[in-house]
Design a binder for this molecule. Structure first.
Ligand SMILES: [Zn+2]
Ligand SMILES: [Zn+2]
Length: 56
């Protein structure tokens, strides 16, 4: 278990596995904006995304 922040709503959440954020670079002049390239989302945001997909 590890604690991290949801990439969707910034809520602190617990991950079931040892999540290690991977970064592309420091974000300078890059679209990654120094955010992890493997973002994680809380259950709420996952449900929202699922809903958005099934709506489409
Ligand atoms: Zn969230
Ligand atoms: Zn980058």
């Amino acid at each position: 278990m590890a604690k991290w922040y949801c990439a969707g709503c910034d809520e602190e959440m617990e991950t079931e596995w040892d999540y290690e954020p991977k970064y592309c670079c420091n974000g300078y002049m890059c679209a990654c904006q120094a955010k992890p390239i493997n973002p994680i989302f809380c259950d709420k945001c996952v449900e929202q995304m699922k809903g958005a997909v099934s709506d489409g």
